[in-house]
Design a protein around this ligand. Structure first.
Ligand code: GLC
Length: 544
């Protein structure tokens, strides 16, 4: 029997640097994660996705991989990875690992060999090396810019240039090269054999570049297309994103996954739109899931959300795939903070101490309402570590602590993504709020973290942790993940749908909204008003 656990699964993203530190060096690690798995079981998720833990110079938080078959010594070793996978399975949790196929680290043995072997060598052919323009080749081969700012090309001492859509330490691989493809098939098998249940595929829309690398002089970070800026525009894709050739790669990977038992999956990080374009990644012989970044980026307005929900469900239905909802991850401003700005000012990338600060209370209120809406939608959903605590972005972190390469590469115009990557609080009164046994933490934790700590929320009615737990339990018992939705009559400033026997109503406006007569409340993101009506920025699940 084909296992289809993922179609309605709730999957929890762990950012290993910042989840739990077992040895007190201030950096999270695999034994730390293993030790906390029972808490995730208690929360009620189905699986965990681990951001990269592979050997890496950590120039981009591990998304610069130097060895795809190992574990960075900062995080542990392969034995620790096996233990984590084994203990997760014993608890009934699946494990998804991150795969970064668009680029390697410049410290990867292939890239070192490419530099040593020189122009025209097979070693160089695994990457995208070109001659420069201008009389002495001193100009980059084309005008492409890096996602983190500046040119996407770097010159090496013999005069050639290599392409890096991200940091200069992340050279892009050439996926036209068969040896690159074979290597990744082998890497898939390496982790599948170790028991992982799937892969989150980094920059899944970027692997294949248009033949001859045509000019494209719209700065990527401003245009969008990926993490730092939002979605690529509707229309013909730029020459580095969403090329037809990527699909053949995933079809080949799918054939490998299907050789394994237990329903192993691929989830695409593909910042493409519209929904029909994204749905092409989840056709029956390709990937299983693709993050719905249109939903994540939608303004907190009923018409926008209703449109994006409809378009996403329709496009995915067309190819027989579920929709994969998400509100936060390690690349965007946490939704508890994003939603704390006036609706028209919402943005996706970092916030610094000099920027206008969010309304923290409003942000959390809307975030809880948004989460209850998301968890009632059919399909799967991803949670990002800390959101179950209502954790906001660290918006006042002094710049000297920040590590995101986007900041220096953008000439310090982009704040960067560190604010959503701060080590999370477990115990209010412990050093580093229980992140580890010492007071060290690789990014500073704000003093207010104590009030968000898990031990301040467990068993506390109305806490964000208890809200998430109750929502996950009801989502399961009412089969919401595998249901279908039917929109219901509601005032213009509200959205209401039925999923099975549950009525889901969100009020976005100032005027309270009545529930249908006789409805009984199953769960509410905040208490109802004295007349039993749904107040502003609240989502309710009701029966009847
Ligand atoms: C993805 C990752 C992001 C990383 C980038 C380059 O967008 O989520 O963190 O910087 O790819 O690998």
């Amino acid at each position: 029997m084909v296992e289809r656990w993922w179609r309605d699964a709730v999957i929890y993203q762990v950012y290993p640097r910042s989840f739990a530190d077992s040895d007190g060096d201030g950096m999270g690690d695999l034994p730390g994660i293993t030790g906390r798995l029972p808490r995730l079981k208690e929360l009620g998720v189905d699986a965990v996705w681990l951001s990269p833990f592979y050997p890496s110079p950590q120039k981009d938080g591990g998304y610069d991989v130097a060895d795809y078959r190992g574990v960075d010594e900062r995080f542990g070793d392969l034995g620790d990875a096996d233990k984590l996978i084994g203990e997760a399975h014993d608890l009934g949790l699946k494990v998804i690992v991150d795969l970064v196929p668009n680029h390697t680290s410049s410290e990867h043995e292939w890239f070192r060999a490419a530099l040593a072997a020189g122009p025209g060598s097979p070693e160089r052919d695994r990457y995208i090396f070109r001659e420069g323009r201008g009389p002495d080749g001193a100009l980059p081969p084309n005008s492409w810019t890096s996602m983190f700012g500046g040119s996407a090309w770097q010159r090496v001492p013999d005069g050639q240039w290599y392409l890096h859509l991200f940091d200069v330490s992340q050279p892009d691989l050439d996926w036209g090269n068969r040896s690159v493809r074979d290597e990744f098939l082998d890497i898939l098998r390496f982790w599948l054999d170790r028991g992982v249940d799937g892969f989150r595929v980094d920059v899944a829309h970027g692997l294949v570049k248009e033949e001859d690398l045509p000019e494209w002089d719209v700065p990527l970070a401003i245009l969008g297309g990926l993490s730092l800026g939002g979605l690529a525009p509707v229309g013909p894709p730029p020459p580095m994103w969403d090329q037809e050739g990527v699909h053949e790669i995933y079809r080949e990977w799918r054939r490998v996954l299907d050789e394994y038992e237990g329903g192993r999956i691929l989830v695409a990080e593909a910042w493409v739109q519209p929904a029909e374009r994204l749905a092409r990644y989840v056709r029956p012989d390709e990937m299983h899931q693709a993050f719905n970044f249109m939903y994540l980026s939608a303004p907190w307005r009923p018409a926008d959300l209703r449109a994006v929900i409809n378009e996403s469900l329709a496009a995915n239905d067309e190819v027989g795939a579920p929709t994969t909802w998400v509100l936060s991850n390690h690349d965007v401003i946490r939704h508890a903070t994003r939603l704390g700005y006036p609706v028209e000012r919402t943005r996706l990338h970092g916030i610094g101490p000099d920027d206008p600060q969010p309304d923290v209370g409003l942000g959390l209120r809307r975030a809880r309402a948004a989460t209850l809406q998301m968890l009632a939608l059919p399909g799967s959903a991803y949670l990002y570590q800390g959101e179950e605590l209502g954790l906001p972005e660290h918006t006042t972190m002094p710049h000297e602590y920040r590590r995101d390469p986007a900041r220096p590469r953008s000439g310090h115009t982009v704040v960067g993504r560190d604010g959503c990557r701060v080590p999370i609080p477990w115990e209010a009164d412990a050093p580093s709020y229980g992140f580890g046994p010492s007071d060290r933490s690789w990014l500073p934790q704000p003093a207010v973290w104590a009030e968000y700590a898990l031990d301040r929320q467990q068993g506390v009615p109305g806490s964000t942790w208890e809200l998430y737990r109750a929502a996950l339990a009801s989502r399961r018992s009412h089969g919401l993940g595998s249901g279908t939705i039917a929109w219901q009559q509601a005032p213009d400033h509200a959205l209401a749908f039925r999923n099975g026997d549950v009525l889901v109503l969100t009020n976005f406006g100032a005027a309270p909204v009545d529930l249908p007569a006789g409805a009984t409340v199953l769960l509410a993101s905040e208490p109802l008003d004295a007349d039993g009506r749904v107040p502003t920025d609240v989502t309710v699940w009701a029966l009847g």
